[in-house]
Write a protein that binds this ligand. Sequence first.
Ligand SMILES: *Cc1c(COP(=O)(O)O)cnc(C)c1O
Length: 361
Amino acid sequence: MDHARNFYAGPSVLPVSVLEEIQKEMVDYKGSGLSLVETSHRSPEYDEVHFNAINLMKEIYGLPENYKVLFIGGGATMQFSMIPMNFLSGGRTCDFTLTGTWSKKAYDDAVKLGNVNVVFDGKDGSYTSLPDPATLKAGSGSSYFHMTSNETIGGIQWKDWPDTGDVPIFCDMSSDILSRPVPFEKFGMIYAGAQKNLGPSGLAVVIIREDMLDKVNPDITAYLDYRIHASKDSLYNTPPVFPIYAMSLVLQKVKDTGGLEGVMKRNAEKSGLIYDAIDNSGGFYKSPVDASVRSDMNVVFTMESEDLEKEFIAEAKKQRMYGLKGHRSVGGCRASIYNSLPVEDVKALTDFMKEFQKAKS
Ligand SMILES: *Cc1c(COP(=O)(O)O)cnc(C)c1O
């Protein structure tokens, strides 16, 4: 049977070739006689996978020497706790941009541990737009400036970064990591749950500038301490072996298909196709977000009535297009079109959108 078309927001699409490779290697990893998931994380087999994943991430991003790639269990949500525990507690202050559900969650954890200065809150506009980054200023003496590069639920994405001077940007890139170049010199840290653009869930990838490690709260317990993960190359304890292994295959695939440039080219085509379909529908499909900050990863759209949306989602499902329901908090429809989603699947969706509209008018 053909693989269905996967528009889920997360966990989300993985390349079929990667799933097949995992299947092939699941019982006997490269002739070792064991599955990798039952092999010690101190074994040479796992070691190779682990450092290969780190190196591929560095290579694809062209990461400067003074940044470390860390793999930490617990997803991005764990980072919402770890960041303030490391960099905010002890009476320190940080800056926050509130741009939707995910930044709000990160904020809710941060305020429990220190002072948070809100530099932007999109609440009045129902989180459908973003300010010009040039208008944002970091507070003097702030430990970090927190942003969420892509709001997965609301479907908005920063297209540029503010100039925060000496204050490093810390950015949740869960839903658009590895989809475009990052000017790392502005960033003290980026982090992402793996299950959108990188692999299976349960793993966070953290890319942190080395000098940040000198600022860690010294009274922190081992697992929560970035210095421990950095000094042990994320092998202090048993890492999430399976997600890291699967991610290494995804990263290899990215490298083999044109690297970051290839990803960007495919993503531009995909988001162009679907936003064109919305814009050219004569108002049948509507994008509720400011056109200048539309997400290239999560395309949110609405129709005239909830009933019509329900029918659209059900009909799409019959055609084996899954995951088009909007998040329960905002409703409507959402097509998540992450890095691994083939262009053909977006074409199939836009064809279906046109057919559905025709049938209904
Ligand atoms: C999915 C997501 C998260 C949460 O990730 P978990 O791995 O479930 O903790 C955080 N931030 C953003 C932007 C997300 O899209």
